[in-house]
Write a protein that binds this ligand. Structure first.
Ligand code: URA
Length: 235
């Protein structure tokens, strides 16, 4: 939908006024000032006018999706590939994913229409821990575990201390729980690659203290009130 129509439908201004606001630099899409009046608003775009996030009059909704493999963490895909939007179609509100999981990573994905919480959780200052269960190739020796715990170079970036626990080690592979509080692109995969044990399977099992638990892949559940309060209380 064209940006001016989108703004007008939110009850903020007429289309002409919306164009003026856009030209004047008062409109942001996903945190970036957009001056292009013909901008086409995508389903997962977050549009702000004078700092006010549109679409927030909807009832807030918070869900955990257990993302399956092969699904893109986005509300739309130009190439028509399956996205998480396909799995939450029965939710009437305009929700969007908070952070992202790689196409081949499974597990816990928070989705909400609460832009304020999403912005806070996405801020680099915000260090909520995320735990992943990885199946990695090879033997994850004590030395390699120590390297992961202390920080490894993943190409121009040295990771912060991580928690690493080997759940099971066989001759050819290991099951490992790893907890990090940064969110570099493909970080966990790059960390294990850096120590010579590439990831074969990756699943996010926890965000902070909140668990995936027994949620079937491809399904979602609403967060409890306590879980929402917990996320809002993170600093
Ligand atoms: N780290 C990764 O490598 N992939 C993810 O999807 C999340 C964290």
């Amino acid at each position: 939908m064209r940006l001016n129509k989108y703004i007008a439908q939110a009850g903020i201004a007429s289309r002409r006024k919306a164009d003026e606001l856009t030209k004047a630099g008062n409109v942001k899409v996903n945190g970036i000032v957009i001056r292009e009046m013909g901008y086409d608003v995508k389903p997962d775009d977050r549009v702000e006018v004078n700092g006010r996030l549109l679409g927030t009059s909807e009832k807030p909704v918070y869900i955990f999706l257990n993302k399956p493999k092969g699904i893109i963490t986005s509300m739309s895909d130009e190439q028509g590939r399956p996205t998480v939007a396909d799995l939450v179609q029965d939710i009437p509100q305009r929700i969007f994913p908070v952070g992202r999981l790689d196409r081949d990573t499974t597990g816990l994905l928070l989705m909400t229409n609460d832009g304020e919480l999403a912005n806070r959780l996405a801020h680099p200052k915000f260090h909520i821990e995320k735990t992943y269960r990885a199946i990695v190739a090879g033997v994850l020796s004590e030395k390699k575990q120590r390297a992961l715990r202390n920080g490894v170079d993943i190409g121009g970036f040295v990771t912060s201390p991580a928690k690493v626990e080997v759940v099971r080690q066989t001759e050819k592979s290991a099951v490992v729980d790893i907890t990090i509080h940064e969110g570099k692109n493909r970080q966990v995969r790059k960390m294990f690659k850096a120590v010579g044990c590439p990831v074969k399977e990756l699943c996010r099992t926890k965000i902070g203290d909140l668990y995936l638990a027994r949620l079937k892949e491809g399904t979602y559940r609403k967060l409890t009130r306590q879980e929402v309060e917990y996320l809002k209380g993170q600093k």
